[in-house]
Design a protein around this ligand. Structure first.
Ligand SMILES: NC(=O)c1ccc[n+]([C@@H]2O[C@H](COP(=O)([O-])OP(=O)(O)OC[C@H]3O[C@@H](n4cnc5c(N)ncnc54)[C@H](O)[C@@H]3O)[C@@H](O)[C@H]2O)c1
Length: 261
């Protein structure tokens, strides 16, 4: 699908990092981008910079997502592109023994559910509501192309590290649902693909001390550095623009395979 002037698009998590880079890449091609994010100030600044619209949306909240789509569609028209980047993680062991006190505890269920609700259920909520909207559009090509959806999983969905049970479960869920969603939407001309980023240089990662970032960069086979958000955006744009790209889960990781810790 060609991204041309005024193509309406929605980017969740578009106020920062991978989502922001993709919102900018879409806007550079003339797309009208609505940013769904919790971060009002940053989201408004990015939207103003790219001539888009900021929608204060919590992807875990059904009414909030509905209101976001309503605002985005009123401003730009029904979106043909949805990029799902809203997400977060935590690091807690399934069960652990305190080295000093010997006290045993387990992963709190609310902390597990919190991550699943944002990364997995939130992604599915946006996909389902966006796909229903895209189905009202006329097809763009002889193939019947109506729209394209890109999701963000993680290499942790395949090789999760110690403490990543919730994060890996949420991202594994995104990987697993990509093909059945592509099949659900195949007669409607809506394609769905998922990116599994390795370690990317985003505000999420900037929180880590420099020596940790250096060690992470050294652990990447090639190139020996963290990924740039623009490299993520480049693949997201390819998934949108290449009409034969569908139902795929693609690692973008410098061939890293994560060790247990
Ligand atoms: N940076 C990495 O190395 C990396 C690696 C693998 C996967 N990912 C995934 O990529 C995605 C983007 O991460 P990033 O590195 O750009 O992080 P980021 O923190 O820079 O951006 C994530 C954005 O999502 C928003 N967000 C979080 N919860 C939300 C909610 N409930 N509703 C709406 N918006 C919400 C945040 O406000 C933030 O602006 C995440 O899903 C993350 O898990 C990142």
């Amino acid at each position: 699908m060609e991204v041309s002037a005024n193509t309406p698009a929605v980017v969740t998590g578009g106020a920062s990092g991978l989502g922001e880079a993709t919102a900018r890449a879409l806007a550079a091609k003339g797309a009208k981008v609505a940013i769904f994010d919790l971060q009002k100030e940053k989201g408004e600044a990015v939207a103003a910079d790219i001539g888009g619209t900021f929608c204060e949306v919590n992807v875990t909240d059904d009414a909030s997502v509905d209101a976001g789509f309503e605002k985005a569609r009123a401003a730009h028209g029904q979106e043909r592109i949805l990029i799902n980047c809203a997400g977060t993680g935590n690091a807690i062991k399934t069960a652990k023994r305190d080295r000093k006190t010997g006290e045993i505890s387990h992963f709190p269920m609310d902390a597990f559910n919190f991550i699943i609700q944002i990364n997995l259920v939130g992604t599915f909520r946006c996909i389902a509501k966006s796909a229903a909207g895209m189905m009202t559009l006329d097809p763009l090509s002889e193939d019947g192309d109506r729209g394209a959806i890109v999701n963000t999983a993680s290499v942790a969905g395949e090789d999760g590290q110690i403490g990543q049970a919730a994060y890996s479960a949420s991202k594994g869920g995104v990987i697993g649902m990509t093909l059945p969603i592509a099949r659900d939407l195949m007669n409607e001309g809506i394609r769905v693909n998922t990116i599994l980023p390795g370690i990317f240089n985003t505000p999420l990662m900037n929180a880590a001390p420099p020596q940790v970032k250096e060690a992470l960069a050294a652990s990447v086979p090639f190139p020996k550095r963290l990924g740039n958000a623009e490299e993520y955006a480049h693949l997201a744009m390819t998934m949108v623009e290449n009409g034969y790209f569908n139902g795929e889960d693609v690692r973008l990781d410098g061939s890293i395979r994560m060790a247990p810790r």
